[in-house]
Design a protein around this ligand. Structure first.
Ligand code: FUB
Length: 465
């Protein structure tokens, strides 16, 4: 019997090569978003959860609404690897294996859970179907047995291949809300418009202690339908001085290049966060570390954490770097966008400030916005001030976006703002605890309109589902 690898993709994603018998499996791509999974050999039966356990059950248009909900999953970025997928229930739980049984649970954020809840897609037994290979047990696949879902060792038989193949169909319970705009867990969204196209650069969330390592880029023409451009910078291979805490990216265009400012830390040793800058010829990367060292080092300036960078460019063409948790700082960037005079750094911390500064200008007025309270608190929220220069002085205007418990929206914050080109229409991108089961490390990205009153103040922003 010949030995073959199950798939280059899943084996690489899992970090090792697994040998199996039978035909080589081809990596398959799944569309992100709501879907249902129909058995290929029991058409009309779909993967669903029942009392938290994975089952294969008949679903028809006459089925109860709850049955349809339980047979609908959102295909999202793999919790353990962006090369693979996770499957989120309508209640925000994740399909995972536990003692080789499929069930749904809340994301604990640790490496074991993330591995148990990540599946790599390979071609299924019939055209258009897929088979889902466990990320951390690459010799095992999701398979139905007596109409229960198990994670079974691959067998090179027609019966096994059929039992472990599913068609990705239209969801029994389609998405009915505009938000989140990105399926899955993404926080600290930085939104920008380059050459008429919108881009989102978020923190990849779902990791305990926010220990994610990579950034993805998404783009859209309508702020509704977003294309996933994959990983644009990964601290592991791409950044020598950081291996985790890939937080809060912000991208700006200058000099015909795109500059990605980001926060990074180390998992061990000196774990204090630092800021870096990476550069690319394209808004979707790949980006490379521009300096090979931090742009702002930990402890370089007294007080606060060196996280949450953003760059504002004034009408004069001068760009300013803003950053900081605990203390808000600003410094003019040199023309190269990757250096500055440290003697020019100013502290501009407004009252109530915690983190995530964001500056823009409208009708000659500078707006400094920030997040208040801890990102793990449902009271995380956004406030702002107006000023007469990139340094202020600032007039505090109070809270403009906060939790909306009647809609189950908690902890909205760490935002960014974009103007639709050629208009006075503005949008705010922010994160919130994933609705309904999220928390401060399981956050999702939302976008809502941001409107101005006649006097230039920002009207209270109502976060929407
Ligand atoms: O996502 C990690 C950290 O959480 C960000 O840097 C903070 O702004 C908070 O959102």
């Amino acid at each position: 019997m010949r030995l073959r690898v199950v798939s280059t993709l899943s084996a690489l994603a899992a970090g090792f090569v697994v040998v199996l018998t039978g035909s080589p499996a081809q990596a398959a791509t799944l569309p992100a978003g709501a879907a249902s999974l129909e058995s290929v050999n029991y058409p009309g039966r779909y993967a669903r959860h029942l009392n938290a356990l994975g089952q294969l059950e008949a679903v028809t248009s006459a089925s109860a609404a709850q049955t349809k909900l339980d047979a609908t999953f959102t295909v999202v970025n793999g919790l353990a690897s962006p090369a693979c997928y996770s499957f989120q229930t309508k209640a925000g739980l994740f399909l995972r294996h536990y003692n080789y049984r499929l069930r749904v649970d809340a994301n604990a954020g640790d490496a074991t859970f993330r591995g148990d809840a990540t599946f790599c897609a390979v071609d299924g037994s019939v055209a258009g179907s897929v088979s889902l290979v466990s990320y951390n047990y690459p010799a095992r696949r999701i398979r139905h047995r007596d109409f229960a879902l198990w994670l079974d060792a691959y067998q090179d038989t027609a019966a096994f291949r059929a039992d472990s193949s599913f068609r990705i169909t239209a969801p029994w319970a389609p998405k009915t809300t505009a938000n989140p705009v990105l399926p899955g867990l993404f926080a600290d969204p930085h939104i920008a418009n380059f050459n008429g196209r919108y881009y989102l650069y978020p923190t990849t969330d779902g990791y305990a202690s926010w220990s994610g390592t990579y950034y993805k880029a998404f783009s859209s023409t309508d702020l509704v339908n977003w294309t996933d451009h994959g990983v644009i910078l990964d601290h592991g291979p791409d950044v020598s001085w950081a291996d985790n805490s890939a937080w809060a990216p912000a991208v700006t265009a200058k000099n015909g290049q795109y500059y990605l400012y980001f926060s990074g830390g180390l998992a061990s040793g000196n774990t204090a966060k630092q800021l870096g800058v990476a550069v690319s010829a394209s808004p979707t990367g790949p980006f490379r570390d521009a300096l090979g060292r931090p742009l702002v080092t930990s402890g370089q300036f007294s007080g606060g954490q060196a996280i949450d960078p953003m760059v504002f460019t004034d009408d004069s063409g001068q760009s300013y770097l803003y950053w900081g948790q605990g203390v808000a700082r600003v410094v003019p960037l040199n023309a190269d966008m990757v250096s500055y005079d440290a003697a020019q750094v100013r502290t501009i911390t407004p009252s109530g400030y915690n983190e995530a500064p964001f500056v823009f200008k409208r009708n000659g007025t500078y707006y400094l916005m920030w997040s208040e309270n801890d990102t793990r608190s449902e009271d995380y929220r956004i406030a702002y001030a107006t000023g007469t220069s990139p340094y202020g002085p600032w007039t505090n205007r109070g809270v403009v976006l906060q939790k909306r418990l009647d809609a189950g929206i908690r902890g909205p914050g760490h935002h960014s703002v974009v103007r639709a080109p050629g208009t006075d229409t503005w949008y705010i991108a922010y994160h919130r605890f994933a609705v309904p089961a999220g928390n401060g490390t399981n956050r999702e990205t939302a976008i809502d309109p941001m409107r101005f009153n006649a006097d230039g103040t920002i009207a209270p922003i109502v976060p929407t589902l």
